[in-house]
Write a protein that binds this ligand. Structure first.
Ligand SMILES: C[S@@+](CC[C@H](N)C(=O)[O-])C[C@H]1O[C@@H](n2cnc3c(N)ncnc32)[C@H](O)[C@@H]1O
Length: 239
């Protein structure tokens, strides 16, 4: 699907950070977009300014971030089209409201809980764009176990950090994945500079955990060392 309309030139165009630019680039055009954990509501404003959504719900669990969001709307407009809503995860969002949902800047364990705890997401009409800050394997596991297919995943550098974004949709298709998949996803097949940097960090964390468990849980330690080896073997470049 193309854009809903040509992006208009607004007096003040919102410029996203590289991390949020990647999330925004992954999002498909939709009638109504929901940003869960919105804080400043930058993504909803960008989606409307760029003709990728007509309406948006900017949701956050805390009232203070919604004050930030209100300030952003005061600066860029769209108070009529973007609804600010208190919501713990997707609890106050209705299945029929949204065509695309972003959850960015949150822990992967929190995002995984939202995926597993929201059965109405299992609908091929709804796109999820997820940008976990930690526990990336929990997100891939939750997607896999609940019948979602990963459509795209990419990394981006912003300052000294590298961030991951994943686009997924429910497909309900059972698929076999290797044991290392949750830790590395499709990144080993696409060895861009930032993907390799990201994978090196994943491997360093796995190495630390595997070494720490050598005395107390030999089975888990050996499993993690095996996963490290398999990720290196699967990668199309040296890690
Ligand atoms: C680090 S900010 C990320 C803001 C923005 N999404 C971004 O990526 O730049 C995390 C936001 O998520 C909100 N948050 C944390 N847990 C949440 C939950 N369970 N449901 C909704 N929002 C949540 C926080 O209040 C905070 O505003």
């Amino acid at each position: 699907m193309g854009r809903l309309s040509q992006p208009l030139f607004y007096k003040s165009m919102l410029k996203l950070t590289e991390r949020l630019q990647l999330v925004a680039a992954f999002l498909d055009p939709c009638e109504c977009f929901a940003d869960v954990g919105t804080d400043h509501a930058y993504l909803p404003v960008w989606m409307l300014q760029n003709g990728k959504a007509r309406y948006a719900v900017a949701a956050d669990i805390n009232p203070n971030p919604l004050k930030n969001a209100r300030n952003t709307l005061a600066q860029y407009g769209f108070a009529e089209q973007i609804e600010l809503r208190l919501s713990d995860g997707l609890q106050n969002i209705a299945p029929w409201e949204v065509g695309a949902i972003a959850v960015a800047g949150m822990g992967g364990n929190q995002i995984a809980d939202m995926i597993a705890g929201t059965p109405w997401l299992q609908n091929a009409e709804i796109q999820l764009v997820l940008q976990p800050m930690t526990h990336f394997e929990d997100v891939r596991r939750a997607l896999r176990e609940n019948g979602f297919s990963v459509l795209r995943e990419e990394t981006v550098a912003e300052g000294a950090r590298v961030y991951l974004a994943i686009s997924a949709r429910y497909s309900g298709e059972p698929r076999e994945y290797p044991e290392w998949y949750d830790y590395a996803g499709t990144l080993p097949q696409n060895p861009t500079e930032t993907n390799l940097l990201f994978l090196k960090k994943v491997l360093a964390r796995l190495q630390k955990r595997a070494s720490a468990l050598q005395e107390t849980d030999v089975t888990e330690s050996e499993r993690l060392f095996k996963i490290i080896k398999e990720i290196k073997n699967a990668c199309r470049a040296d890690l």
